[in-house]
Design a protein around this ligand. Structure first.
Ligand SMILES: [Zn+2]
Length: 295
């Protein structure tokens, strides 16, 4: 399998890429090197598979993709994620200042957020590369999610809101993808990009066990500095920058479970609560609201 070797940063074109850590993917059991751009802070998965080979790095069956919660940990995670999807709907309504409209989600995974948006009155479209997750979402929620590459066939100025929840980092070409996303919003529309901060206190604390890496599916790991450089390059105005303690809580809990083979509940929960309430210098999960700058 030929892989993609990165020698320069796609955001700032810098060539000072240094080794950050090695990360072992729990689906393929393969280890990937994470690099850091010394110039803008972007983190990069080295030697990622080409798009056509990525299928081997997604769950191979629906059973591997999602199983009904059996143990307490699974039930707790389902509960927390259920709350998070509702919160995401509120964030989108507040940031777009709309209670209905036409929305596109890039990288919708199993469709929970897209379904929540549709249930709250939005016309919702979505694209997703992971075939198993896409088929699951279409079957379970009767959504019509398109294959990820179809993003580039959508007509410009089609949406009031375009969102990418931690999925911009999965794009093969991050510049081309962001350029396309910016073209898809109507004149007064908003683009919302969220990501796990690769330079967060949380990422530093958990290192290779951090659940925000998700390599090799995630090729690019953003930081506020890297993302703001990218937004400037694409003529985007940052309307709002916020972080989510709720999402950080889930990331801490799953990182704790990654780190501990025992997958206990009390200690990880206490640590996650402590992290969520601690004032963080470098928060875990950022949500940006952006608009096209007037030409
Ligand atoms: Zn860079």
């Amino acid at each position: 399998m030929t892989t993609i070797r990165i020698d320069s940063c796609p955001i700032c074109n810098g060539r000072h890429l240094i080794h950050k850590l090695s990360y072992t993917d729990s689906i393929s059991n393969k280890t990937f090197e994470i690099l850091q751009c010394n110039d803008c802070g972007l983190h990069i998965t080295q030697h990622t598979p080409r798009l056509n080979d990525m299928g081997a790095f997604y769950p191979s069956s629906e059973a591997a993709c999602y199983q009904p919660a059996r143990c307490f940990n699974d039930k707790l995670l389902d509960f927390l994620l259920g709350k998070w999807y509702k919160k995401q709907v509120k964030i989108v309504c507040r940031e777009s200042q709309r209670y209905s409209g036409v929305l596109l989600e890039m990288g919708c995974k199993m469709g929970y957020f897209a379904n929540a948006m549709r249930n709250s009155g939005w016309i919702t479209h979505a694209v997703e590369y992971d075939t198993t997750a896409r088929e699951y979402a279409n079957k379970r929620f009767m959504l019509q999610i398109e294959e990820g590459g179809k993003l580039f066939n959508i007509n410009p100025r089609s949406y009031n809101v375009v969102v990418a929840w931690d999925s911009l980092g999965e794009a093969v070409d991050i510049n081309r993808t962001l350029e396309k996303l910016t073209q898809l919003i109507v004149k007064d529309g908003v683009l919302m990009i969220a990501f796990h901060n690769a330079q967060s206190d949380n990422a530093t604390h958990y290192g290779s066990w951090w659940s925000g890496w998700k390599a090799p599916r995630k090729r690019w790991h953003l930081t506020p500095q890297a993302f703001e450089t990218l937004a400037e390059k694409h003529n985007l105005e940052i309307v709002c920058r916020q972080h989510s303690a709720q999402r950080a809580f889930i990331t801490t809990l799953t990182s704790e479970w990654n780190q501990s083979s025992a997958k206990g509940i009390i200690k990880p929960l206490l640590r996650s609560i402590a992290q969520a309430f601690k004032k963080q210098q470098n928060p875990t999960y950022y949500i940006y609201t952006l608009k096209n700058k007037p030409q």
